[in-house]
Design a protein around this ligand. Structure first.
Ligand SMILES: [Zn+2]
Length: 596
């Protein structure tokens, strides 16, 4: 793949802060020590948690955190090396070895959470209010939410081990099918990701139609197999819910996200009630593209040829400037990622596509991976991942157990960093056409994150509940539900073509983490709400916001939100965020009117 020269070609991370090298003897030494210590931990504490004093329980949690930190650090090192070059089989082998050893350690420690959650409320409460346990009281209290749904320890051990050959194995099989999938586009042999990326670059509708047909053509041959995998996962979820007593297909996910069922539902309802926003935007976009109506594959089309490359140094300055303008401390923390080689930005063969920030590395700073290609999207991705990096850096002092946030809060700082950087990009542009182009790109992202993910959530809701009522779902039935939910969101504004009906069959989240997708909408709207407050209140919001990031996952999302004066259980909270997206569409309409 030819890439413009950006200056990011040599931007590679330095993993020495984790371990010296893959054959660093410390890796095995630490895993050996952790395995022995886990066995000793089990012998010392199993069956005794109820007899411990608060100080003794605190000591146990400190040790538990230490062991989990070792596992995390080693696994992060192995995973980051593989992400940097997945064509090197020895890197895959190290990941596999570390995972197997970590499963061994985790199985030894499994009793702790089960026994703790199973303790009598009176005993647990007495311990939780004791000042000696203050540091971990929130984490321990939160763990007890699983109490009503837990099985006995032997059952849980069997379940954990069988998962490697159950849902875990199906998920890996699904991913391997997808990465083997090749698309034939006019004789060019492309991966699915490479092909889909063309839909946001091609300015000609006929060319986009050919890309979409090629994708559909590539998805069709294996659709029954992937439909079978999806059915298996639907059934697995139904069995789990029955055995553990969850009230609906989404209840276990909500519990993991620390969101009450009603709050999750009020988010979904609020977004579905505003499907007029994407419909209004897509009608505007059709007009801007000179089309009578958009088709499904036109939604991410650019308004004009994607122009000029933004050099890496320029992108760095833009992003640093954006964070610095918000808070010098935030700017300083983000600056370290550049100065100390914590970012891998070069585009290389064998490197993982996409971008991520590895934040839960105890005692070590986060690392960022991305593929910097020099277009505006890349600059925003850099800002997004560094937002995660800032969040991780600020929360790190709390230690592993308190620092890691549930999915719902994980996107708080990343979307915020994007918003700050987007303003800087806008400031640089005078040309109304380029400004409109930028704004439309921002709305494309907002709609993909807020509305599209909820249409996916409604699809998941439909297939999970239908599988429970109707038995195994034929591929045609899955496609019918998929098309129905897409059409509900897109209304009259977008024509959903027939080929699109099987595009559900490449979404890995449905397989790997059922129920995951609504967390994107949650995180985006939550972050947007904070950003709007910052625009209104300025300086006075900076410290409370940084405090929210410093708090990591040390309290449930609703409580952390309430420290900023937000009530996530109130449907009005979500409508304010949705109005903000609507305002972006208003602005685009005004800009477009000026150009007419
Ligand atoms: Zn993110």
């Amino acid at each position: 793949m030819a890439t413009a020269v950006t200056g990011a070609e040599n931007v590679e991370w330095d993993l020495h802060d984790l371990f010296e090298a893959p054959d660093d003897p410390r890796i095995d030494d630490e895993l050996d020590e952790a395995a022995a210590a886990a066995t000793a931990f089990r012998e010392r504490y199993r069956g005794r948690l109820g007899e411990l004093s608060a100080a003794e329980l605190n000591e146990a949690v400190v040790e538990l955190e230490r062991l989990k930190s070792i596992s995390t650090r080693v696994e992060t090192f192995a995973r980051l090396r593989l992400a940097a070059d997945s064509s090197d089989q020895s890197r895959g082998a190290l990941v596999q070895k570390v995972r197997e050893r970590n499963t061994q350690i985790e199985t030894e420690l499994l009793f702790f959470d089960l026994e703790w959650s199973g303790l009598d409320d009176g005993i647990a409460e007495r311990l939780l209010v004791d000042p000696a346990l203050a540091q971990y009281a929130n984490v321990l209290r939160s763990e007890r939410r699983y109490k009503p749904y837990q099985l006995s320890e032997p059952e849980e051990r069997i379940s954990a081990e069988k998962n490697l050959t159950g849902a875990g194995a199906w998920s890996r099989f699904f991913n391997e099918l997808l990465s083997d999938l090749r698309v034939d586009l006019d004789g060019e042999d492309l991966s699915l990701d490479e092909t889909l990326a063309k839909l946001s670059r091609l300015t000609d509708q006929d060319e986009r139609a050919r890309v979409a047909e090629a994708v559909t053509g590539a998805l069709r041959p294996g659709v029954r197999t992937r439909g079978y995998i999806l059915n298996t996962i639907l059934n697995e979820r139904a069995i789990e819910d029955r055995l553990r007593g969850y009230s609906s297909w989404i209840a276990a996910r909500n519990l993991a996200n620390e969101i009450p069922d009603e709050a999750a539902q009020s988010l979904v309802d609020a977004i579905v009630a505003r499907y007029d926003i994407p419909q209004r935007f897509y009608a505007l976009k059709a007009r801007l593209l000179g089309l009578p109506k958009l088709r499904d594959y036109d939604r991410f089309a650019p308004l004009q040829e994607v122009g000029g490359t933004i050099a890496w140094d320029e992108a760095r300055d833009l992003v640093l400037d954006a964070f610095n303008g918000f808070s010098p401390q935030a700017g300083e923390l983000v600056g370290r990622f550049f100065e100390r080689d914590w970012i891998d930005a070069a585009v290389r063969p064998g490197k993982m596509l996409g971008a991520f920030c590895a934040t839960t590395v105890p005692d070590v700073h986060p690392y960022v991976l991305m593929n910097y290609a020099g277009e505006r999207r890349s600059v925003l991705t850099l800002a997004h991942e560094l937002g995660h990096g800032l969040h991780g850096s600020l929360a790190q002092e709390l230690g592993l157990l308190n620092a890691s946030t549930p999915l719902t809060l994980a996107e708080t700082a990343s979307v915020f960093g994007e918003a700050l950087t987007f303003e800087r990009l806008m400031e640089r542009e005078d040309d109304p056409r380029t400004r409109l182009d930028l704004l439309v790109g921002r709305i494309d992202d907002a709609i993909a994150t807020v509305f599209r993910q909820i249409a996916l959530n409604r699809f998941e809701n439909a297939i999970h509940t239908s599988r429970r009522d109707e038995g195994e779902l034929p591929v045609e039935r899955i496609s019918e539900l998929w098309t129905r939910e897409q059409e509900r969101m897109l209304g009259e504004a977008v024509e959903v073509t027939e080929g699109y009906g099987i595009w559900w069959s490449y979404v890995p989240h449905f397989i790997a983490v059922p129920g995951y997708v609504y967390a994107y909408s949650f995180g985006y709207l939550f972050s947007l709400a904070i950003y709007r407050r910052y625009l209104d209140e300025g300086e006075s919001l900076v410290e409370p916001y940084l405090d929210l990031l410093r708090a990591g996952g040390s309290a449930p999302p609703a409580e952390l939100a309430s420290r900023l004066g937000f009530d996530i259980g109130d449907p009005g909270f979500w409508s304010a965020g949705l109005d903000a997206v609507g305002t972006l569409v208003d602005e685009a309409e005004q800009l477009a009117a000026q150009l007419d």
